[in-house]
Design a protein around this ligand. Sequence first.
Ligand code: SAM
Length: 187
Amino acid sequence: MKPISIALVHHPVLDRQGEIITTAITNLDLHDLARSARTYGVAALYIVHPVAAQRELASRVKAHWVNGTGSRRIPTREAAMALIQVVPALEDVYTAMGGRAQIDVYVTSARSETLPILSYAEGRQRLAASDRSGLVLFGTGWGLTPGVLQEADAFLAPLRGAGVGYNHLSVRAACAIILDRLLGSDA
Ligand code: SAM
């Protein structure tokens, strides 16, 4: 299987009104997504943010846990936080992974879009069989924009919960569930 990476997108994403915004980086997102990424053998966690000061913040958090006192206080966290790669834009993720043509891009959302939906069983098979690296995009705010969703190669089925009429997972929870469905071992 080719390497699989994930990206947490802070721009472009939607706000409650459906406008395109830039969200702030949340420290908890960095830790939780990095720990999930390491747990499921993900090659890299790209943190996408156009604002230099925000990228600097994420880089400092990473350095604290990889080279600083954090790595001594909680040694197991180093291996997770070392997966973090901070970049200005999605295009930089594609470049870092060898170019857009080398990547199978999967997108996620709670909303059922008009896009053809890929089940997690189909996603597992596609990742295993692909000769391209996999990249799963996660949004922030009120989700990935329609443009980002439409540019992807595959739209992973929205997690539906128990169908109780409430579906507002955090990106941290959604990422862990989706990685388990795509990459988890049954054991
Ligand atoms: N509910 C909006 C959505 O899913 O687009 C809000 C975004 S949610 C706070 C942040 C991100 O978590 C989403 O962009 C998506 O990547 C992921 N996510 C949240 N709920 C999800 C669900 N039910 N199914 C799949 N992905 C989900």
